[in-house]
Design a protein around this ligand. Sequence first.
Ligand SMILES: Nc1ncnc2c1ncn2[C@@H]1O[C@H](COP(=O)(O)O)[C@@H](OP(=O)(O)O)[C@H]1O
Length: 444
Amino acid sequence: MPLNSTSLVFRAPNLLGQTRITSPKKFGAAPSLQTWSSWSMKKSHQKRCFGFPVVSQLKFNQNCPSFASSVMEDERNLVLTSPGPDRYSKELDVAVRAVQMACSLCQKVQESLILKTSSPVHSKHDNSPVTVADWSVQATVSWILTESFGCRNVSILAEEDVQSLSEPGSSALLADVVKTVNDCLAEAPHLGLKGPEMPLGSSDVLEAISRCNSTGGPTGRFWALDPVDGTLGFVRGDQYAVALALIEDGEVVLGVLGCPNYPMKKEWLSYHHRYHRIISKLTPTTSESWDKGCVIYARRGRGEAWMQPLHQKNKPLSWPNTAIPVRVSSIDNPALATFCEPVEKSNSSHSFTAGLAHSVGLRKEPLRVYSMVKYAAIARGDAEIFMKFARTGYKEKIWDHAAGVIIIEEAGGVVTDAGGSRLDFSKVSENWKDPIILLQHYSI
Ligand SMILES: Nc1ncnc2c1ncn2[C@@H]1O[C@H](COP(=O)(O)O)[C@@H](OP(=O)(O)O)[C@H]1O
């Protein structure tokens, strides 16, 4: 049984020993003369419990768009969950179901991208790739959250906007997104949610996407969504994640990470996707196997994180019965520890992390994986450390970390920036100051 958070005691495993971290000039500001173990020690404040929650019942906003109900009316009026152990349970329930649906949507789009039967990959203004899946997941999750909690009570900060979809000449792309969203929402009953009574039209879908315009902030609650994290991995048929988190008064209070390609064996994470696909075909998956991916989730203050297999098409979602607890690894010998880092050198300096790894006694090859699947790998105990040293000027986005951070923390780990500070989720995404992300687990 997972431990209760209040009974946890953390010790620094001294995994990374005493070292100075000085980053290369072109990468982000290095922390000052600080030892990894000393900044780790400062982090023992994590695992705190929340105070007594406020319970509020707000009426559903009659001015909201007239979507069909996805939940019972009395559930829709539930704004803040009940106090005590059930706090955020309704939000988590809906979030897990929504991410399961999003994973299924992404699997279909990824397959069609590989088979080249879907619309091609598009470029955003910053030249990063975007696909039908990014917009479709954002629309679907936005629609489900809004229908479940009422649009007045749902504020979402998410990666995509509707600019490219609304441009002249984008009608085929928009039609593709609308079809993908409706196909996905048609599966809602299997996931225990009610879908729309009529298929959504273009304006409904555009509205659902553009409603995700929260700017976050230190007070109130908002959802942070990365519809497809690691889009580059996604378009290459490799690893990617769907990440959804709820942030309240600057604290992440729940997180859900969908990892549709997370293989059964951690070694397969670093193999090329084609190898994984061949292996998957040779060994057909069963409902008990995990090689078709998983969804991992956690709630603040529970001291536990859970993993469930991806929902199988046309079968009702059995939840939470199929979930199993996950825990960070207990390895505290650097020679046995594995660190994760981005695949793309442009997103994090491989040479710098190699030098740093060597200087602290890490001897294993790094696990290079796209997206927040790195957080999932550490939560599952498949790796111990995540290092990301982004280039100077790059500002980390809340939605790229929120879900992963709470899952690691509840699974017994610690996440800080290189200065030893907890990541600040009260800032709007563009204002994150420290682009360096370090993660070190604590064993119990
Ligand atoms: N120059 C850069 N430096 C660091 N991170 C970057 C970056 N450009 C994009 N990213 C972020 O890195 C994420 C991919 O993570 P990773 O490199 O670990 O696979 C991207 O997610 P998206 O694909 O959702 O945009 C994006 O948010």
